[in-house]
Design a protein around this ligand. Structure first.
Ligand SMILES: [Zn+2]
Ligand SMILES: [Zn+2]
Length: 432
């Protein structure tokens, strides 16, 4: 039976990540636990260790003292589950609810929940932390304390050289998305000395939204699109566009030099006939909340911040929204291979929860001429529910190079950016 309130709970306003528990008449120094395992009286709430070997007593231990209903404690739960599942052969992870088990709170001298205590294999306390503690920080602390965490699970996937080099002629590859350009939607931007080939008017608007300080009118004058009927290039601003939708509600854009041909195609397929100006406003209506690129919602990651719903144009950009807005976010991404949903929540710039816990990220990178690894851009990033899905995705992309990283790393890479770097993020030639 629950003993009525001897424990007063105070929510610390400065940081939502900390809940405070005052233990009446119990000074922390009196309550300092003897080094060693928790007393037998707490065993009812100690979750069973999942250590396979009989030498389990010789493993270091992470003890989290919290409560079922405190918010930061709830955010610790998936992290503890993850550690229990994936690091069971390195250290034991134990949770004690101090609202259910006040004795344990006293014994360990707990004033604030959640508190995490790190014990060595002999049961000696090495370190304690108060408040929400992210997975990477916990693993980093173990490392600092000398507990080896490597060699758990399969090695991370790294591909530094393409399995097969990309042999496609440059003029057949989209400058933005790297897909092979369909002849019927080929779009060309003329430069002073060079021309850029894009797979579609949509990729032109992604390109346009990636330019720094571009003048829309001047840029538009350089764009040609392919007439759906004749296959000839025509000035983009003079064309009529059939703006339709495919089976997945993703927009389709067909260009026509002749309005009558557009109307004929409209009868055969459906959609609306629009001018370049209307097409532009539709294409630029939805933007990445991190890098400001144009994106179709159907291709994007959903990002919730406060009560607002926005989009990240790629999985890594979706993490960047937390950095740009300095806000906690909830991301709904799709596995790059299977489309399965991956949910990420952040708290104070760290991962608060990840579903499924096995989810990982791919950081697509290219080697620059000076030998440095640089981001291969938004179209070469992804999240996957597990490494096997990532491998299948890579098998279909033999020219792709990069490395597997954790989703926490994808977030950390964005959190360390300065406001100046964020302002330039994903802009052409400035990709971070
Ligand atoms: Zn493209
Ligand atoms: Zn973006």
């Amino acid at each position: 039976m629950k003993t009525p309130v001897k424990i007063a709970i105070v929510l610390v306003v400065v940081s939502a990540a900390i809940a405070a528990v005052a233990l009446k008449g119990n000074k922390p120094e009196e309550a300092a636990p003897p080094s060693g395992s928790p007393p037998a009286s707490t065993s009812a709430t100690v979750e069973a260790d999942t250590v396979p070997a009989p030498v389990s007593a010789k493993l270091p231990k992470l003890l989290d003292l919290g409560a079922d209903k405190c918010i930061p404690c709830k955010m610790m739960k998936p992290i503890l589950d993850d550690l229990k599942a994936n690091y069971a052969d390195r250290f034991t992870t134990v949770f004690i609810d101090v609202w259910e088990n006040r004795e344990a709170g006293k014994q360990y001298g707990i004033e604030v929940i959640p508190t995490q205590i790190f014990f060595d294999a002999e049961g000696k306390e090495l370190f304690r932390h108060v408040g929400f503690y992210g997975k990477d920080d916990i693993l980093g602390k173990w490392k600092e304390l000398g507990v080896k965490l490597a060699a758990v699970g399969p090695p991370e996937i790294v591909r530094e050289t393409p399995v097969t080099a990309d042999a496609r002629p440059r003029e057949t590859v989209c400058f933005m998305c790297d897909e092979t350009v369909p002849p019927k939607t080929r779009t060309v931007v003329k430069g002073a000395t060079d021309q850029r080939v894009l797979c579609s008017p949509h990729c032109y608007f992604i390109y346009f939204s990636s330019l720094v300080g571009a003048d829309a009118k001047a840029e538009e004058g350089k764009v040609s699109v392919t007439d759906w009927a004749s296959g000839n290039l025509i000035p983009a601003t003079t064309a009529t566009y059939l703006y339709g939708m495919d089976a997945n509600s993703r927009p389709t854009v067909k260009a026509f030099s002749d309005k009558q041909n557009a109307a004929k195609e409209q009868q055969a397929s459906t959609g609306n006939l629009v001018t370049w100006d209307v097409l532009r406003s539709k294409e630029l209506a939805t933007r990445c909340a991190f890098c400001d690129r144009a994106v179709y919602p159907e291709d994007a990651c959903g990002v919730k911040f406060g009560t607002t719903h926005g989009y990240g144009c790629c999985t890594h950009c979706s993490m960047g929204v937390a950095a740009r807005l300095k806000q906690d976010i909830e991301v709904e991404a799709k596995d790059g291979f299977s489309g399965e949903v991956i949910r990420v929540r952040t708290l104070n710039g760290q991962i608060a929860s990840l579903e499924p816990a096995t989810a990982i990220a791919w950081f697509g990178q290219n080697k620059s001429p000076d030998g440095k690894w640089v981001s291969a851009g938004c179209f070469k990033q992804g999240f996957f529910v597990n490494a096997s899905n990532l491998q299948k995705w890579l098998d279909a992309r033999p020219a792709m190079t990069g490395r597997q990283i954790t989703i926490a790393q994808a977030l950390a890479d964005k959190m360390k950016l300065s406001p100046e770097q964020i302002a330039k993020a994903c802009k052409l030639g400035e990709c971070q």
